[in-house]
Design a protein. Structure first.
Length: 518
């Protein structure tokens, strides 16, 4: 059925609503772009540019389906235009569209073609040109901002709308560097990387002197923190992810230094519970939301986006701690058959009950399996797959769960379901996939797009104009990334760790009790 969904991708603006058995379709509008403006949250993600089709391109390649990949690429080249009067979120357009176009371009032009024949006849770098065209349309977001932190939205035709909001979230403004950096390095044009890097540095400079933490919403003109919550979920998540991933890809030392600093501050101020995941007394480790200036607890919920963090911990080699946080989220999944958008750990109940088919828990499960090869994670993947089939499957796709307790559905299948959730699930079970056989070759963007970690992204021709960067001689080569726990190292996991539960059973039970499972 997953393949059915992918094989029937059609441009968003022409797509019929998902056919849900549980709900009447009645007067509900379709998933077209012409929804009322009150639906801004949906509209400015969709963008009227065939979002789902574009976001799913490299999933088709990873699944080895060359005919559908070629068909989908041609459809994108022939039918998609960014010359549209659409106001879009800079972040969403970057990670979902720009990232996917770049990933597909890299796959098409790879001389080795590890996924089968993904070449396109007479390909003339069209996807790269489209990526550039889109990025140029996003550039106005970086103009007329006093801090260098971009506006959250732009109109693809007319630039920043006159009534634009001056407030943006940290993740939205500070996680553009991977895609903009790749684009710059492929084109040999520093503009894109320069603006994205300037935004990261501006945000970084606004961290609290006291805790070193960043908040979640900032005013791009004054640099004042409007949202003082520091956490690992919505509004913050990919900011941290991209500090590390930019370093993995481009080898710039300053990115690693920022990441290491941020990671230390997270451990010092956000982490609660016992010191070691698998030994000692006390509550299981949990990362909470605190005030960025005081480090004091702000609320008692964690959100489903934060479930990506164990995957990031795997990348830096903190596998032990990753095991505990992952186990907590998996217990919540077991209780509801999904992850509520927000879960209140004090009340042991969802605070925000919907589940829009998010990938984060699957992503961490996949990365933990790669790091430990413990079959427990295959079992987790199976469990997730079965609940998706049971609760979210609709006639023509998979549906957002409107309420994880009541299991009601919404007429909405986010594009990340195909680009991430399905991809990570597929890769979890596909041991022989070229992604796993390639050693250190691939990295996943925050939207799950694969990009190759190779020498050509290490060479920027503009060292002199990117202030504060190290000389390229100091850069670490891709095959020297020792700190990063890639899948090629996973055979070193000792046997005794592979066949025991990753987390001792008394600690597992403790977590199950904490989420009301037993
Ligand atoms: C995706 O678009 C990306 O993973 C992003 O970084 C966070 N949210 C969604 C999926 O939940």
């Amino acid at each position: 059925p997953l393949l059915f969904v992918i094989l029937h991708l059609i441009p968003e603006s022409q797509a019929p609503p998902l056919l849900l058995s549980a709900e009447p379709l009645g007067a509900r509008p379709g998933r077209g772009f012409s929804l009322p403006s009150s639906n801004l949250n949906i509209n400015d993600v969709l963008g009227n540019y065939s979002l789902t089709l574009i976001d799913a391109l490299d999933t088709l390649a990873v699944m080895g389906n060359s005919s559908e990949f070629q068909k989908a690429v041609k459809l994108v080249i022939d039918t998609v235009s960014f010359d549209k009067d659409s106001t879009v979120q800079v972040f969403e357009a970057t990670i979902r569209v720009l990232g996917s176009l770049l990933s597909a371009h890299i796959i098409i032009t790879d001389t080795k073609q590890p996924f089968g024949d993904m070449t396109i006849k007479d390909y003339d770098n069209e996807l790269l040109h489209m990526a550039r065209d889109l990025a140029v349309r996003l550039l106005p977001a970086f103009e007329n901002t006093k801090t260098g932190i971009p506006y959250p939205r732009v109109n693809l035709k007319n630039g920043v709308p006159p009534d634009s909001n001056n407030e943006t979230c940290t993740a939205g403004a500070g996680s553009l560097l991977v895609e903009f950096g790749i684009l710059s390095r492929l084109l040999g044009d520093s503009t894109f990387e320069w603006v994205a890097r300037r935004a990261v540095k501006a945000l970084w400079s606004l961290r609290s002197n006291n805790t070193g933490l960043l908040g979640n919403v900032v005013n791009i003109q004054t640099g004042h923190w409007v949202g003082k919550q520091s956490g690992l979920g919505a509004g913050s998540d990919s900011f941290y992810e991209y500090l590390l991933k930019s370093y993995i890809l481009f080898g710039e030392k300053e990115d690693l230094e920022m990441f290491n600093d941020a990671y230390r501050n997270i451990q010092n101020h956000l982490r609660r519970g016992r010191e070691a995941c698998n030994e000692g007394e006390g509550d299981p480790p949990l990362y909470v939301n605190v005030n960025m200036f005081t480090g004091q607890l702000m609320n008692t919920w964690i959100d489903s986006l934060q479930a990506f963090f164990p995957g990031l911990q795997v990348l830096i080699g903190d596998v032990e701690d990753a095991i505990c946080l992952h186990a907590f989220y998996y217990a919540i999944w077991k209780r509801y058959g999904a992850l509520p958008e927000r879960y209140n750990w004090q009340l042991q109940a969802p605070d925000v009950p919907f589940y829009p088919l998010r990938p984060e828990l699957v992503e961490s499960t996949y990365l933990l399996y790669q790091a430990t090869k413990n079959p427990f994670y295959l079992h987790v993947g199976m469990d997730i797959l079965q609940s998706l089939e049971k609760y979210t499957k609709a006639k023509c796709g998979y549906a957002t769960l409107h309420h994880v307790v009541e299991k009601t559905k919404e007429d909405r299948m986010e594009s990340f379901f195909l680009s991430e959730t399905c991809k990570y699930l597929y890769l979890l079970f596909d041991e022989e996939n070229p992604v796993h056989k390639s050693g250190n070759k691939y990295m996943f963007t925050t939207e799950g797009h694969i990009v190759s970690v190779d020498e050509r992204f290490r060479n920027s021709l503009w060292q002199d104009i990117l202030p504060g960067e190290e000389d390229s001689a100091e850069k670490i080569k891709p095959n020297e990334l020792k700190a990063v726990n890639f899948s090629s190292n996973c055979n070193r996991v000792p046997d005794e760790r592979r066949y025991l539960l990753p987390l001792k059973s008394n600690y597992m039970r403790q977590i199950d009790r904490m989420v009301g499972l037993i």
